[in-house]
Design a protein around this ligand. Sequence first.
Ligand code: ZN
Length: 129
Amino acid sequence: MTTLTIKTGARTDLIDITSQINDQIYKSGIKEGVCFIYVPHTTAGVTINESADPDVKTDIKTILDKIIPWDDNYKHNEGNSSAHMKTTLVGSSEHVPIENGSLFLGTWQGVFFCEFDGPRTRKIHINFL
Ligand code: ZN
């Protein structure tokens, strides 16, 4: 297993980690298989979506902040329930086929680390099967 460390820059932040994952696949020497990406946090997750147009990432952040506002009579006394809810929505893991030594994504797809309670230093675990 490989662990990447990432520094996020805002409370809600989507960071394209596709090239960092491809670097790890290249280092591993694996040509074909499955890449398993796991985020071991309760207020950050991972998702796959369009990386070609950065406005898609901005719209995802805007809509998540709109439907799950930071303040909304939550019970959780740490004060970051919004971040926990968003993490549950996007999920904590993704798996992507590996073909010819890199992620076999669609033309417009990228893998995004999703920060919901930043800025922080976070971890991403990557396994190759
Ligand atoms: Zn909490």
